[in-house]
Design a protein around this ligand. Structure first.
Ligand code: GTP
Length: 223
Protein backbone atom coordinates (compact mmCIF):
# COMPACT_ATOMS: atom_id res chain seq x y z
CA UNK A 1 0.00 0.00 0.00
CA UNK A 2 1.71 3.21 -1.07
CA UNK A 3 1.86 6.02 1.45
CA UNK A 4 3.37 9.48 1.44
CA UNK A 5 6.96 10.16 2.39
CA UNK A 6 7.17 11.79 5.77
CA UNK A 7 3.42 12.15 6.21
CA UNK A 8 0.49 10.15 7.48
CA UNK A 9 -1.13 9.29 4.17
CA UNK A 10 -4.29 7.28 3.52
CA UNK A 11 -4.69 6.01 7.08
CA UNK A 12 -8.18 6.60 8.38
CA UNK A 13 -8.42 10.10 6.97
CA UNK A 14 -7.59 11.70 10.28
CA UNK A 15 -4.50 12.97 11.94
CA UNK A 16 -2.96 10.40 14.25
CA UNK A 17 -3.14 11.34 17.89
CA UNK A 18 -0.31 11.20 20.32
CA UNK A 19 -0.70 8.16 22.53
CA UNK A 20 -2.33 8.90 25.86
CA UNK A 21 -2.94 5.94 28.12
CA UNK A 22 -6.43 5.62 29.62
CA UNK A 23 -8.01 8.40 27.49
CA UNK A 24 -11.77 8.91 27.86
CA UNK A 25 -13.00 7.54 24.50
CA UNK A 26 -10.78 4.47 24.68
CA UNK A 27 -9.42 2.79 27.72
CA UNK A 28 -5.99 2.94 26.15
CA UNK A 29 -4.23 3.98 22.96
CA UNK A 30 -0.92 2.65 21.69
CA UNK A 31 1.31 3.25 18.69
CA UNK A 32 2.66 0.18 16.94
CA UNK A 33 5.16 0.21 14.05
CA UNK A 34 5.73 -2.48 11.46
CA UNK A 35 9.39 -2.82 10.50
CA UNK A 36 11.44 -5.11 8.28
CA UNK A 37 12.96 -5.34 4.80
CA UNK A 38 11.01 -4.36 1.72
CA UNK A 39 8.73 -7.17 0.54
CA UNK A 40 8.50 -9.13 3.81
CA UNK A 41 4.75 -8.45 3.91
CA UNK A 42 4.25 -5.53 6.35
CA UNK A 43 1.48 -3.86 4.36
CA UNK A 44 -0.31 -7.17 3.78
CA UNK A 45 0.03 -7.97 7.49
CA UNK A 46 -1.66 -4.70 8.42
CA UNK A 47 -4.43 -5.09 5.81
CA UNK A 48 -5.11 -8.65 6.98
CA UNK A 49 -5.49 -7.42 10.55
CA UNK A 50 -7.52 -4.34 9.70
CA UNK A 51 -9.79 -5.72 6.95
CA UNK A 52 -9.34 -9.50 7.01
CA UNK A 53 -8.20 -9.40 3.38
CA UNK A 54 -5.04 -10.33 1.51
CA UNK A 55 -3.58 -8.15 -1.22
CA UNK A 56 -2.27 -10.51 -3.85
CA UNK A 57 -0.90 -9.61 -7.25
CA UNK A 58 1.57 -6.89 -8.06
CA UNK A 59 3.79 -5.81 -5.20
CA UNK A 60 3.65 -2.03 -4.67
CA UNK A 61 6.33 -0.92 -2.22
CA UNK A 62 5.24 1.49 0.51
CA UNK A 63 6.55 5.02 0.09
CA UNK A 64 7.59 6.59 3.38
CA UNK A 65 5.01 5.72 6.00
CA UNK A 66 1.27 5.06 6.27
CA UNK A 67 -1.04 4.35 9.20
CA UNK A 68 -4.31 2.66 10.15
CA UNK A 69 -6.25 2.53 13.42
CA UNK A 70 -7.98 -0.47 14.87
CA UNK A 71 -9.65 -0.89 18.23
CA UNK A 72 -9.32 -4.26 19.92
CA UNK A 73 -10.85 -5.40 23.18
CA UNK A 74 -8.61 -7.18 25.62
CA UNK A 75 -9.69 -8.25 29.09
CA UNK A 76 -12.69 -5.95 28.89
CA UNK A 77 -10.70 -2.87 27.88
CA UNK A 78 -10.81 -1.14 24.50
CA UNK A 79 -7.31 -0.57 23.18
CA UNK A 80 -6.95 1.68 20.17
CA UNK A 81 -3.93 0.57 18.17
CA UNK A 82 -2.51 3.17 15.85
CA UNK A 83 -0.47 1.06 13.46
CA UNK A 84 2.28 2.57 11.33
CA UNK A 85 3.32 0.73 8.20
CA UNK A 86 6.83 1.78 7.24
CA UNK A 87 8.66 1.48 3.93
CA UNK A 88 11.29 -1.25 4.08
CA UNK A 89 13.41 0.27 1.35
CA UNK A 90 16.72 1.72 2.50
CA UNK A 91 16.09 5.12 0.91
CA UNK A 92 13.20 5.82 3.31
CA UNK A 93 15.07 5.01 6.51
CA UNK A 94 15.70 8.60 7.52
CA UNK A 95 11.94 9.25 7.23
CA UNK A 96 10.96 6.27 9.35
CA UNK A 97 13.64 6.84 12.02
CA UNK A 98 11.80 9.99 13.05
CA UNK A 99 8.75 7.92 14.02
CA UNK A 100 10.51 5.31 16.15
CA UNK A 101 10.67 7.31 19.34
CA UNK A 102 6.88 7.65 19.71
CA UNK A 103 6.23 3.93 19.27
CA UNK A 104 5.27 1.78 22.24
CA UNK A 105 5.57 -1.44 20.24
CA UNK A 106 7.42 -2.70 17.17
CA UNK A 107 6.54 -5.71 15.06
CA UNK A 108 9.73 -6.72 13.25
CA UNK A 109 9.09 -8.96 10.25
CA UNK A 110 11.25 -11.15 8.06
CA UNK A 111 10.20 -13.44 5.22
CA UNK A 112 10.81 -17.16 5.84
CA UNK A 113 11.48 -17.56 2.09
CA UNK A 114 14.10 -14.80 1.98
CA UNK A 115 17.41 -15.34 3.78
CA UNK A 116 18.66 -11.77 3.57
CA UNK A 117 15.49 -10.48 5.23
CA UNK A 118 16.33 -12.76 8.18
CA UNK A 119 20.04 -11.88 8.17
CA UNK A 120 19.12 -8.19 8.30
CA UNK A 121 17.12 -8.58 11.53
CA UNK A 122 20.22 -7.87 13.63
CA UNK A 123 20.74 -4.59 11.77
CA UNK A 124 17.08 -3.71 12.35
CA UNK A 125 17.49 -4.40 16.05
CA UNK A 126 20.57 -2.16 16.14
CA UNK A 127 18.52 0.65 14.57
CA UNK A 128 15.70 0.02 17.04
CA UNK A 129 18.08 0.33 19.96
CA UNK A 130 19.44 3.55 18.49
CA UNK A 131 16.16 5.31 17.70
CA UNK A 132 13.32 3.76 19.72
CA UNK A 133 12.36 4.14 23.39
CA UNK A 134 14.40 1.89 25.65
CA UNK A 135 11.37 0.02 26.93
CA UNK A 136 9.66 -0.42 23.55
CA UNK A 137 7.88 -3.78 23.15
CA UNK A 138 9.47 -5.77 20.30
CA UNK A 139 8.06 -8.88 18.63
CA UNK A 140 9.86 -10.89 15.94
CA UNK A 141 7.66 -12.39 13.21
CA UNK A 142 8.62 -14.86 10.49
CA UNK A 143 6.04 -14.05 7.81
CA UNK A 144 4.87 -15.97 4.69
CA UNK A 145 4.68 -19.22 6.67
CA UNK A 146 2.08 -20.40 4.14
CA UNK A 147 4.79 -20.79 1.47
CA UNK A 148 6.37 -23.87 3.01
CA UNK A 149 7.76 -25.13 -0.32
CA UNK A 150 10.04 -22.06 -0.56
CA UNK A 151 11.07 -21.93 3.10
CA UNK A 152 14.78 -21.17 3.66
CA UNK A 153 14.63 -20.10 7.33
CA UNK A 154 13.72 -22.79 9.83
CA UNK A 155 11.31 -21.92 12.60
CA UNK A 156 14.00 -22.91 15.14
CA UNK A 157 16.32 -20.24 13.70
CA UNK A 158 13.69 -17.59 14.35
CA UNK A 159 13.15 -18.97 17.87
CA UNK A 160 16.89 -18.91 18.59
CA UNK A 161 17.36 -15.34 17.40
CA UNK A 162 14.33 -14.16 19.37
CA UNK A 163 15.59 -15.88 22.51
CA UNK A 164 19.00 -14.21 22.08
CA UNK A 165 17.31 -10.79 22.10
CA UNK A 166 14.70 -11.72 24.71
CA UNK A 167 11.72 -10.98 22.46
CA UNK A 168 8.62 -13.04 21.66
CA UNK A 169 8.55 -14.84 18.32
CA UNK A 170 6.06 -16.51 16.05
CA UNK A 171 5.63 -17.43 12.43
CA UNK A 172 2.75 -15.73 10.64
CA UNK A 173 1.00 -15.53 7.31
CA UNK A 174 -0.54 -12.32 6.06
CA UNK A 175 -2.12 -14.46 3.37
CA UNK A 176 -4.00 -16.99 5.53
CA UNK A 177 -4.19 -14.77 8.61
CA UNK A 178 -2.21 -17.24 10.73
CA UNK A 179 -1.20 -15.56 14.01
CA UNK A 180 -1.89 -12.05 12.67
CA UNK A 181 -4.54 -11.24 15.25
CA UNK A 182 -2.52 -12.94 17.97
CA UNK A 183 0.45 -10.64 17.33
CA UNK A 184 -1.64 -7.50 17.79
CA UNK A 185 -3.64 -8.86 20.73
CA UNK A 186 -0.42 -9.77 22.53
CA UNK A 187 0.83 -6.23 21.99
CA UNK A 188 -2.49 -4.77 23.20
CA UNK A 189 -2.38 -6.93 26.33
CA UNK A 190 1.20 -5.89 27.05
CA UNK A 191 0.34 -2.20 26.60
CA UNK A 192 -2.62 -2.61 28.92
CA UNK A 193 -0.48 -4.35 31.49
CA UNK A 194 2.14 -1.60 31.33
CA UNK A 195 -0.42 1.20 31.52
CA UNK A 196 -1.65 0.10 34.90
CA UNK A 197 -5.22 0.68 33.65
CA UNK A 198 -7.88 -1.03 35.68
CA UNK A 199 -8.34 -4.71 34.93
CA UNK A 200 -4.83 -5.43 33.62
CA UNK A 201 -3.46 -8.83 34.53
CA UNK A 202 -1.21 -8.40 37.57
CA UNK A 203 1.83 -10.17 36.14
CA UNK A 204 1.40 -10.44 32.39
CA UNK A 205 4.43 -11.75 30.45
CA UNK A 206 4.13 -11.26 26.70
CA UNK A 207 6.56 -14.08 25.83
CA UNK A 208 4.66 -16.56 28.00
CA UNK A 209 1.37 -15.40 26.54
CA UNK A 210 2.57 -15.81 22.94
CA UNK A 211 4.01 -19.26 23.68
CA UNK A 212 0.78 -20.42 25.34
CA UNK A 213 -1.43 -19.12 22.53
CA UNK A 214 0.81 -20.57 19.78
CA UNK A 215 0.20 -24.00 21.27
CA UNK A 216 -3.58 -23.62 21.23
CA UNK A 217 -5.48 -25.40 18.46
CA UNK A 218 -6.48 -22.99 15.69
CA UNK A 219 -10.17 -23.77 16.29
CA UNK A 220 -10.16 -21.97 19.63
CA UNK A 221 -10.54 -18.25 20.10
CA UNK A 222 -7.80 -16.14 21.64
CA UNK A 223 -8.03 -15.22 25.30
N1 GTP B 1 2.39 -16.04 0.18
C1 GTP B 1 2.45 -14.91 0.89
N2 GTP B 1 2.74 -13.74 0.27
C2 GTP B 1 2.79 -12.61 1.02
C3 GTP B 1 2.55 -12.62 2.41
N3 GTP B 1 2.67 -11.37 2.87
C4 GTP B 1 2.95 -10.61 1.80
N4 GTP B 1 3.03 -11.35 0.69
C5 GTP B 1 3.36 -10.88 -0.67
O1 GTP B 1 4.65 -10.28 -0.58
C6 GTP B 1 4.72 -9.12 -1.38
C7 GTP B 1 5.17 -7.92 -0.56
O2 GTP B 1 4.16 -7.64 0.42
P1 GTP B 1 4.03 -6.17 1.08
O3 GTP B 1 3.08 -6.30 2.20
O4 GTP B 1 3.75 -5.13 0.07
O5 GTP B 1 5.52 -5.97 1.63
P2 GTP B 1 6.10 -4.78 2.53
O6 GTP B 1 6.93 -5.40 3.60
O7 GTP B 1 5.01 -3.88 2.97
O8 GTP B 1 7.06 -4.03 1.49
P3 GTP B 1 7.57 -2.48 1.54
O9 GTP B 1 6.34 -1.64 1.46
O10 GTP B 1 8.45 -2.29 0.33
O11 GTP B 1 8.33 -2.29 2.80
C8 GTP B 1 3.35 -8.95 -2.05
O12 GTP B 1 3.41 -9.49 -3.36
C9 GTP B 1 2.42 -9.77 -1.17
O13 GTP B 1 1.32 -10.29 -1.88
C10 GTP B 1 2.26 -13.89 3.05
O14 GTP B 1 2.07 -14.01 4.27
N5 GTP B 1 2.23 -15.00 2.23
Amino acid sequence: MPGTAGAAAAGDAQTPERSSPCSPSYDLTGKVMLLGDSGVGKTCFLIQFKDGAFLSGTFIATVGIDFRNKVVTVDGARVKLQIWDTAGQERFRSVTHAYYRDAQALLLLYDITNRSSFDNIRAWLTEIHEYAQRDVVIMLLGNKADVSSERVIRSEDGETLAREYGVPFMETSAKTGMNVELAFLAIAKELKYRSGCQGAEPSFQIRDYVESQKKRPSCCSLV
